[in-house]
Ligand binder design. Structure first.
Ligand code: FAD
Ligand code: NA7
Length: 654
């Protein structure tokens, strides 16, 4: 605990020496024993003061934070207040009317009140007063505290004396054992907390289910990248003859072999996750969690057996599941990415519905292993991504055998033949007119977006707000929901990138803030990503459209070029396909605000430049960097042609 004698700014109140430390555990004094600082019972005024000294010293930020945390931890009710603020008064009156003793620090009565407010902002994401804590739980301001009183939450939190041990079964329960949930749970356990993780996979309509680890490991990044690799190897085989490889045997792809290898690897990851939870003493329960009351969840297992658990804090990390079309035959006959990666038979001629990155990636690797693939696009490719790049992704795929049906949506799916795969008749209609088309496919893969798993977890029971339209959970910048002891991370967050490393980082940092005294928040800006289509597209920062919207065209300079990877020369692959583009803010030293690359290994290239962007990359810094020859990434060190110049960017040779 921080000592009050060190490096601080003294409160102005005329507290007698030895009377300064108000509201800390052992020094808590009964109302009425506080001399000049006593406010109307049952409230008390806390001070940020050094007992027995009269000098004013500027307190370091860190020391002040520790001191505030002391006040929060050692007072059952701690109110950061201003003596003239009517909202602060209302809150104090509320506690008085409940007969609950509180400590109030009047920020207008101390020298460093505004610094305290800034530190409170760092800790709670709230600058305004009153800023109320009950049993260490941040309740929020006046409205939230009054709401908590009305909903019964305040009473509940008041009843729990968090200074005592064993009030709850766990310090933290995490609902969802995916990328974010596992990272958060493990970090909290490392910090010495008693932690439980609940993870349960509701089978897909097709009946698919999987093990611990969430979407990324089982039905997302991992199997997707491995299937992408399978497709790239096919392309490499094709190129290899040009490099002198001779083979007579007919080359064909075996779906079952690929699936078995991928599923074996995933199985080993599932096992590894279980082991690492056990090593860190995290309790893992394979049950579905739903809130039934404040601080209480019900866990239902596969056999419908129910158990209840309580925790001081909760993290919701339930992720998303694929959406269905809501048309005749979709749930009966279509599959989604949840089913594809463990499909025990080759899908055959496939229709992919949707133009999200999931749709294009799946279409890309299915075509890459030799299947007949069509993508049905409702409007544009890769909504939200740079559209110039999205079109390049699409046209490369088209040149490499993927068919695109643009501006159509399916209206019925009918089974013609059962089988593995069977035959499905798909009728689709144009979104621009009365035209309808139909065709027969072996498999229809829906990749039309994903719904947040937030509607069936009892959030209404404890008053956690969701965006009713999207199902996403709004949080403040410390990932706290509107219910103070409930946090949320990962794909279910409103307005945040839906990516594994983002969920992991948010989970880890949240645990460190909750239990490790850290203040570090998750930085959701300039998160790099890559679309693993047959030719990869990597990006970091803004799309050109977004950059124009935010900064206006006049303030931007776009540098770009086509490039020809050396490996493609002998293989006779097109010299004007790969493309590099940076978007610079002229008003800010030509800072790179958008990075885009379309070419082999774009993911690997983008990762490094994302670090540079975090360090404030400018065009000049790129010019000053010496490239690695011969690589694709070096192209960014020699970008000269601006888009506005209109000069040709076509490539003739190396
Ligand atoms: P999840 O990983 O989805 O975990 C949530 C877990 O909670 C699941 O196991 C779920 O079953 C469980 N759960 C849900 N409700 C309950 C409940 N009530 N009780 C108990 N358990 C519950 N990201 C990348 O960064 N790179 C990629 O290349 C990439 N590729 C992807 C490819 C595909 C096909 C898909 C679908 C996604 C891909 N993603 C990729 C996204 C990435 O998988 C997600 O961003 C990430 O998994 C989100 O983690 P999360 O912790 O929020 O949720
Ligand atoms: P997105 O990014 O929401 O994309 C959904 C795509 O599906 C998009 O191309 C939509 O077209 C299309 N769509 C949506 N509804 C329909 C219907 N009814 N018919 C035809 N096409 C439709 O979802 P993702 O699959 O990329 O998944 C989001 C997250 O999943 C991602 O962030 C990862 O975490 C994994 P539109 O452009 O709206 O016309």
């Amino acid at each position: 605990m921080a000592q009050l004698g060190d490096c601080i700014t003294l409160a102005q109140s005329p507290t007698p020496p030895g009377r300064g430390k108000v509201g800390t555990g052992p020094n808590r004094r009964p109302a009425g024993a506080r001399g000049a600082l006593v406010s109307s019972p049952p409230g008390r005024r806390a001070r940020l003061a050094t007992p027995g000294t009269g000098t004013s010293i500027v307190e370091t930020r860190e020391a002040m934070r520790r001191r505030l945390q002391d006040l929060i931890e050692n007072n059952r009710v701690m109110i950061f207040s201003k003596s003239y603020c009517p909202h602060s008064t209302r809150v104090k009156e509320l506690f008085s009317s409940l007969g609950v003793e509180y400590n109030a620090l009047e920020l207008d009565k101390i020298d460093n009140g505004s610094s305290v407010q800034e530190v409170l902002l760092e800790i709670t994401n709230q600058k305004t007063v009153p800023n109320v804590f009950v049993n260490k739980v941040h309740m929020g301001g006046c409205d939230q505290t009054l709401q908590a009183h009305q909903s019964g939450l305040l009473k509940k939190v008041l009843q729990e004396d968090s200074r005592g041990s064993g009030t709850y079964d766990y310090d933290l329960i995490v609902i969802g054992g995916g990328s974010g949930g596992l990272a958060c749970a493990k970090e909290a356990a490392v910090l010495g907390k008693k932690v439980m993780v609940l993870d349960f996979v509701v089978p897909s309509p097709h009946g698919t289910t999987w093990g611990l680890g969430g979407t990324c490991v089982n039905v997302g990044c991992i199997p997707k990248k491995l299937m992408h690799q399978a497709a790239l190897l096919g392309q490499a085989l094709h190129d290899s003859r040009k490099y002198g490889w001779e083979y007579n045997q007919q080359v064909k792809h075996n779906w079952e072999t690929m699936i078995e290898a991928i599923q074996n690897y995933i199985g080993s990851l599932n096992w590894g996750y279980k082991l690492s939870l056990r090593e860190k003493a995290v309790t893992y329960i394979n049950s579905y969690g739903t809130f039934v009351d404040h601080h209480k969840i019900k866990a239902t297992n596969r056999k419908e057996q129910e158990t209840s658990y309580t925790a001081a804090k909760f993290v919701i990390a339930t992720g998303e599941r694929p959406r269905y079309l809501g048309i005749q035959g979709d749930k009966e006959y279509c599959i989604t990415s949840d089913d594809l990666f463990s499909l025990p038979y080759c899908p055959g001629k496939t229709l992919v519905v949707g133009a999200s990155y999931v749709a294009l990636e799946c279409a890309g690797f299915l075509a890459g292993i030799g299947l007949d693939v069509t993508v049905m696009v409702r409007s544009i490719l890769l909504r939200g991504f740079d559209q110039e790049m999205a079109e390049k992704v699409g046209s490369y795929m088209e040149q490499h055998g993927v068919k695109f049906l643009r501006k159509f949506i399916p209206v019925t799916i009918q089974q013609l033949e059962k089988g593995t795969p069977g035959k499905l008749r798909v009728v689709a209609k144009s979104i621009e007119g009365p035209e309808t088309i139909e065709d027969v496919y072996n498999t229809v893969l829906l990749a039309i977006g994903r719904d947040s798993c937030t509607r069936k977890i009892g959030l209404e029971k404890i008053g956690v707000k969701i965006n009713e339209k999207t199902g996403k959970i709004p949080v403040n910048d410390v990932e706290q929901t509107n219910v103070p002891y409930v946090y949320a991370i990962g794909d279910i967050l409103e307005g945040k990138p839906e990516l594994t490393p983002v969920a992991i980082q948010a989970g880890k940092l949240l645990a460190r803030r909750l239990f490790g005294g850290s203040l570090e928040k998750c930085d959701y800006i300039n998160v790099p990503t890559t679309v693993f289509t047959p030719l990869e597209y990597g990006c970091c920062g803004l799309s050109e459209e977004k950059a124009i919207e935010v900064y206006t065209k006049d303030n931007l300079e776009v540098y770009h070029t086509l490039f020809w990877p050396l490996e493609w020369t002998i293989a006779d692959r097109d010299n004007n396909t790969c493309y590099a583009k940076i978007i610079c803010n002229k008003r800010d030293n030509d800072r790179v605000i958008g990075f885009h690359v379309f070419g082999p290994n774009a993911g690997e290239i983008t990762q490094g430049f994302a670090v540079a962007m975090k360090c404030g990359l400018t065009k000049q810094l790129l010019n000053d960097t010496i490239g690695i020859h011969p690589t694709c990434g070096e192209v960014f060190t020699t970008l000269e042609i601006t888009k506005s110049s209109g000069l040709a960017i076509t490539q003739k040779g190396c």
